[in-house]
Write a protein that binds this ligand. Sequence first.
Ligand SMILES: Cc1ncc(COP(=O)(O)O)c(C=O)c1O
Length: 433
Amino acid sequence: MTMPLRSALLDSPTLMSTRRTREDELRARYTRSRALYERARRCIPGGIHLSGRALVDFETTPSYFERGDGARIVDVDRHEYTDYLMAFGAQLLGYAQPEVEQAAHLRGSSGNLLSLNHPLHIELIEALLPRFPGAEMGVFLKTGSEATTAALRIARQKTGRKLVARAGYHGWHDWCLPLEPFVPAGLDQQVPEFDANDPASLQRVLASHPLDFAAVILAPEMVLPHDPALFHELARITRSHGALLIMDEVKTAVRIEPGSVSARVGLVPDIITVSKALGNGWPIAATLGRREVMEVAAGMHYSATFHGETAAMAAALATLSIVDRDGVARHVDELGQRLIDGLNALVAEHSVSAVAYAEPLPAMPFFKFTEPDPQLNAELTRWFYREVLARGSLLHPRHLWFLSAAHREADVDATLETCRAALRQTLELVRAY
Ligand SMILES: Cc1ncc(COP(=O)(O)O)c(C=O)c1O
């Protein structure tokens, strides 16, 4: 019989000793990873890239990986995982997709970055335009942060206004993190936030400075649950204030059927930003939009030395054709739903409070514990994800997950079995008897 959970930490010496033993076993799995982390701490702030944050911790979960192939990733201690992070969503087709890699390397062999322009610059933008609603012109960049920053600059140039309302994570630039102590004061006044699930909050923000807002930038994963009517309401409010609508589809573009959330909900944004899945691991981004808006970018400064690099463009063109040919958006949607359904069924079998859901659509699922006691929740999260990793699935405890073209139903089913075993062990270790 399953026992009800209560505070995990008021527990017996036996349970504490079992946990210590298990932690020692986990620690022993990641010796090379830990050694690299220690070495890195001397030369890389925080010891790892990506904001210095560990999966769970640097002792009992892996931090360093050495190769990826399809849906698999291998850590430096030679453990193989079915990966559901997929380089934070950049690897939509799976690691080392042969056609993409071949296209990129072939292009690189003729001089990856040339002086001035290359025909691929046009080819890529031409290939992107018909994929996104309202997109008539575009510029290419390297990262999502650059694409959103260019979008704001273009919107300001077009409208002659300065303020932008935002909802979501749009990158690491100062304007996206305006409340951090390392950012000059006042940016939060220039780029205020609204709640994407509450149209009244957008209305309030825009009405606070009528005629001063150049744009509203919205990351569609902020609308939860996914509700097409809400997107239209946010667009209506934006336009009623004369502001441009920027859909920040850095995460969702290319991955979501039919190519973007904008297309899915029948919205025509003024500007749309695209990156992540576009180059299947090769760095490429684009800011696209209506001709009348985008034309103001002529002569505006948004360029950088490496923007014209062509291997990533060849990779992007190959990625787009494979996405179409293989129906990738549908595939990741179906597999994501299978994972979500399986996890929720698993939760129902156990006396624990947790939920799997689409964030915002099944291709981007996530799972979290929802026990009312925060301390218990934290313990369940810590143990569950360590146990899942130890059994060969890379599920991130804090970041939403991604399916890829390389994942198969059998992978998802195997991961569900992994989760079942990890959940059982977690409950045994965390439950107070
Ligand atoms: C919606 C959205 N916009 C922008 C960005 C920033 O992209 P990048 O990390 O490539 O700079 C991200 C990154 O996660 C994102 O999810």
